[in-house]
Write a protein that binds this ligand. Sequence first.
Ligand code: F3S
Length: 677
Amino acid sequence: MEIILAKSAGFCFGVERAMGTIYDNIKKQDGKLYTLGPIIHNKQVVDELYEKGVQAIESLNEAILENAKIVIRTHGIGKSIYDEINKNEMTCIDATCPYVKKIHRIVQEHYRNNYQIVIIGNPNHPEVQGINGWCENTAIVLNNFEDIEKKFKCINKVCVVAQTTIRRKKWDIIADYLKINCTDIIFFDTICNATNLRQNEACEIAQNVDMMVVIGGLHSSNTRKLAEVSKQYCKDTYHIETFEGLPEKLSFVNKKIGITAGASTPACIIKEVINKMVEKESVQTNSEEMSFEEAFEQSLVTLNTGDIIKGTVISLSNNEVYVDLGYKSDGIITMNELTNDPSQKIEDIVKVGDEIEVFIVRVNDGEGHVLLSKNKVDMIKGWDEIETAAEEKTILEGKIIQVVNGGVIAIVKGIRAFIPASQMSDKYVSDLNIYMNQNVSLQIIDINKRKRKVVGSVRVVLEKENAKKAEIFWNEIEVGKKYTGTIKKLMKFGAFVDLGALDGLIHISELSWTKINHPSEVLKEGDIAEVYILDFDKEKNKISLGFKKAEDNPWEIVKSKFNVDDVIKCKVVRLVPFGAFVELLSGVDGLIHISQISNKRIGKPEDVLTVGQEVDAKIVEIDLEKQKISLSIRALLPDEVPVSNDDSDENKQEELPTEYKEDVKVTIGDAINEKSE
Ligand code: F3S
């Protein structure tokens, strides 16, 4: 057995220093010690410290009450907590990592010089909260690209720092954006190299060993990441907290074994694992006397259920793929285990001679074959990508393969993701079957790896796109600007128009120059319409649109076509006690007052005229401003019967019904208005 131990395995510089400080103080035995939060994420260490009387607390109060010493862990704290410690004259053992301290100094200095502090990191991480405490919690914390849109406005004098443990990729993406969009900006790349170094070293070792052992808390995220990275290059990777976590029958004989450990794993635990491996290998070597058959078996690839190995495709049938694994039996991948997409054919996915990675489902299916799965490999890889995408809210592509109760199933990075019906679109969709076999852009909105549950949303993506379009729209909108839109909904009071980014409303009065009772008299849903902006209010998200064209205004036509003294032929459209309305143009009526209907005295207009009758009349007045036209038939008639004083308007008024008496001098515009009501 050969063991390769990663140089970076175990405590980083900051944790090593903090642990040294705390043990030194334990040895001094001069008072009770409390740590503000668990000193590191390692159960064994925290338990051991507890046994030695060091307790983790969440607030200073307990320590103040007991007059105990308080230990500040590597993540550091904000200035106000130091102030509180000083105010209460507490003894403080400051184990803040010097790299974190350096960030505190940068932030404090630049904040004093009126810089806006930006921290790239997780706002819930204690280190970030501590850093923020050095600029009176005024920092803008950006954890992903989305945060920039939500929280960041381009301002001058910006100072950017990073949480020490963030991924460099995150820093690069956000910093690149800030560089382009801010003019006076200073960057302090405060990412600690310890995490990257440890992962890179694990990758290198994993590629050159038969087995990787990763030691550290099963809940420690940096250790889990190390195990994932190692597994990519070495299928025999074991993540353990102690030696007892390794499989009982695992053989160490003639193996080259790589060992690494998380940042919170004490050297004593690493040492103990190595010692026990050496002991066990020695026992295994002495006790193993291999038979010929066993030696032959060992010359072949060893397979375990759950392993991921490489194989070569040797033949294809209608619904199975045969794979050479270098094992005594060939492997079989059934169609179900090849792809989640029922629309795909075998030959679309693999061909003879391809080298593929497969997951061992069962070493012997009862007929001497090894049952394999390509799906599971895709899923394992896909989970990493999906988790990252969920965390960073990036957009993924998926293919809809099934309509189910309440939504659809999409294949995303080889994983089945559920998209609820309400998340398939930003509009109501009555039949989800229209999406079958379509590719869609989606964002992961919920993920539960343990339950294998992924929930996606197309709607979130569409809403983001719409928000961007709306922003552009609002920036470019101006009164009078023309748009082409689709009539989305007709209501009694007007028509809603989809302008692409936003909806606008054409009020019913703006639809036509003539009186209409319902928008459907002019437009129907789905029509494409040319509209223009009448008014808008970004705050209230309201856009008022115009539709009727100035050149279609019938009063413009009146202006050019009719003159006083013109004699025209017109149709009687309505009779009222004080006269008759005649239609000059569509939308323009004129009034022939009762006194102007005949050269004889008449009791009511119906005595002489009927609705629909065509008459010749003379235009006696045109008032374009008030939109009124008065006409006279009498002016065209000979004065056969002299008009007595009784025919005067004043006398006529006596004969009108009360509601019209005040209207005896009604002009055509008033009459039109009256008609409209
Ligand atoms: Fe310090 Fe880096 Fe460790 S910041 S605590 S040395 S990971």
